[in-house]
Design a protein around this ligand. Structure first.
Ligand code: CP
Ligand code: NVA
Length: 316
């Protein structure tokens, strides 16, 4: 694929508002079975996992298979990346074999470097900074509940100002819904991402989960210690006391409010069992939507307008 025509998905801001809405609509159609088929026949996606995954791996691999293509799993222990082969070389080599690369890693910079050197689209499957694929599924779930116009759907983020919080900020900025973020001191989201979002929508930062949740139509949270922060887990447990999404907090949200969580979840820590297993929870619908929304993304980046990679092309 000529470098000039390839598109990457490194953050949600790689999509315009209209592209994002069209993608969510296509995700709903794929889910309903009124679209799809072997639209990526003969195409391959390399999937680099430098961190663990259940949903991201399975949804991308199955998504490619359902579209007639193929997903190739790579990890540090099973590839040369774990033995120090550079991102630059990996990008060049994989570009000769596959039509797209998905990567889950630590540094956003690594994903950007990969995208700069790859001749095929690069998809961010989570970094320490953002998790844009998850937001595609979360937003699809919101549109299934509330319709296409989400501008009247205040969202409450309770807990860590982490990669998920950053992607919620990006989503709020693109779609124009209000985002209230309640974090303990020392765990706020990146001020630059907050300021950028505030140029497009209302963002409230508070230390009070109750203030954030009041009247919200979505209440969402995430683990208190993300991948790579395992050594901080004890300290974080203490810092986040009082930030659990429980029944009392959900009761202060809007009457039609739903609960979302990207999963995996820790019942009894960031969310009570009663909430995540209760009638307002949409977490399994949300997890399933990873498949449908990402199939729409794969079609946008690797679909008919882009020729499949030549099987005769040299990887060098
Ligand atoms: N939500 C999410 O990305 O899940 P995995 O870590 O299982 O991929
Ligand atoms: N914030 C979490 C999300 C996992 C899907 C992490 O980075 O581990």
């Amino acid at each position: 694929m000529p470098e000039s025509t390839k598109r990457d998905f490194l953050t949600l801001h790689d999509l315009s508002r209209s592209e994002l809405l069209a993608l969510l609509e296509r995700g709903r159609r794929l889910k309903a079975g009124v679209d799809g088929g072997p639209l990526l026949a003969g195409r391959s996606l390399a999937m680099i996992f430098r961190k663990s995954s259940t949903r991201t791996r399975v949804s991308f691999e199955v998504g490619m298979a359902q579209l007639g293509g193929h997903g190739v799993f790579l990890s540090d222990t099973t590839s040369q990346m774990g033995r120090g082969e550079s991102v630059h070389d990996t990008a060049h080599v994989l570009s000769g074999y596959v039509d797209g690369i998905m990567i889950r890693t630590f540094e956003q910079e690594e994903v950007e470097t990969l995208a700069r050197h790859a001749r095929v689209p690069v998809i961010n499957g989570l970094t320490d900074r953002v998790h844009p694929c998850q937001l595609l599924a979360d937003l699809q779930t919101m549109t299934e509940e509330f319709g296409d116009d989400l501008s009247d759907c205040p969202v409450a983020w309770i807990g860590d100002g982490n990669n998920m919080a950053h992607s919620w900020l990006n989503a709020a900025a693109i779609l124009g819904f209000e985002l209230r973020i309640a974090c303990p001191e020392g765990y706020d989201p990146d001020p630059g991402i907050v300021e950028a979002a505030r140029r497009s929508t209302r963002v409230v930062l508070t230390r009070d989960p109750g203030e954030a949740a009041r009247g919200a139509r979505v209440v969402t949270t995430d683990v208190w210690a993300s991948m790579g922060q395992e050594e901080e887990a004890q300290a974080r447990m203490a810092a986040f006391a009082g930030f659990q999404v429980d029944e009392a907090l959900m009761a202060s949200a809007a009457d039609d409010a739903i609960f979302l969580h990207c999963l995996p979840a820790h019942r009894g820590e960031e969310v009570s069992a009663g909430v995540i297993d209760g009638h307002r929870s949409r977490v399994f619908q949300e997890a399933e939507n990873r498949l449908h929304a990402q199939k729409a993304l794969l079609l946008l980046l690797m679909g008919a307008a882009t020729p499949p990679s030549s099987t005769t092309e040299s990887p060098s």
